[in-house]
Write a protein that binds this ligand. Structure first.
Ligand code: PGA
Length: 249
């Protein structure tokens, strides 16, 4: 009942020619009908990617401003995204948290801004290696959700996808084992049951991210609470992205 999704987070990769030729090639590939494809290019490529994409491919932004408009040099607003047809934004990626200092409060404002503008949110959570080793993985993820997402209403939660991305697995080649991923995903789903109800929990897609690649995706996506992946490195080549789309049982 919930969607299977493979989302590519291109981060600061792909210039215009690379981005557009990727989208044009992807559109022509043979893909499973029941998997939602999503690509998040850099802000400046969004419009070109949108134009090259068909309706089956969601083009998402990697970030969004928490402000409506005004003197915020370098920022991009929800209204600007909507004006080029972008209806999904990744919020709370660990690189935004750690490199750009996005706090729980800022992320809550970004979530509010997106949802108030009918922009779907891909909300990222995940613990650091130190937190996992100190057995604080679950409490970290719980507070990330409680502080920046769980103020939404049940209806607003319909427009949310959650991505669990353990920081120690991002770009490191070290993936969480399928069991570790399943354990955290089931925990996240139980938190949604506690805060909302079973219906909301069953309807919310929870993606795993962190060194997902064609060689490990099948096992990860086979876990009952893993509904797909948020993929960095392995989303940069059409072949491997398409392989990921075919990695669901
Ligand atoms: P990775 O990145 O697949 O390159 O580890 C995932 C992400 O940061 O979303």
């Amino acid at each position: 009942m919930r969607k299977k999704i493979v989302a590519g987070n291109w981060k600061m990769n792909q210039n215009k020619a690379e981005a557009v030729s990727f989208i044009e090639a992807l559109v022509k590939e043979d893909k499973p009908q029941d998997v939602q494809m999503m690509i998040a290019p850099s802000y400046v490529m969004l419009d070109a990617c949108k134009q090259a994409a068909t309706d089956e491919l969601v083009i998402a932004s990697q970030n969004i401003s928490q402000h409506d408009k005004g003197a915020y040099t370098g920022e991009v607003s929800a209204d600007m995204l909507k004006s080029i047809g972008v209806k999904t934004a990744i919020i709370g990626h660990s690189e935004r948290r750690s490199i750009f200092g996005e706090t729980h409060e800022i992320l809550a404002e970004k979530v509010k801004q997106a949802i108030n503008n009918s922009i779907q949110v891909v909300f990222c959570v995940g613990e650091s290696l130190e937190e996992r080793e100190a057995e604080k993985a679950e409490s970290t993820v719980k507070s990330q959700l409680e502080d920046s997402l769980f103020f939404l209403s049940e209806i607003e939660m319909k427009n949310v996808i959650i991505a669990y991305e353990p920081v120690w697995a991002i770009g490191t080649g070290k993936t969480a084992s399928p069991e570790q991923a399943q354990e955290m995903h089931a925990f996240i789903r139980s938190l949604i049951v506690d805060k909302y109800n079973q219906h909301v929990a069953d309807a919310t897609s929870i993606l795993y991210g962190g060194s997902v690649k064609p060689s490990n995706a099948k096992e990860l996506f086979a876990q009952p609470d893993v509904d797909g992946g948020l993929v960095g490195g392995a989303s940069l080549k059409v072949d491997s992205f398409v392989e990921l789309l075919h990695s669901f049982k």
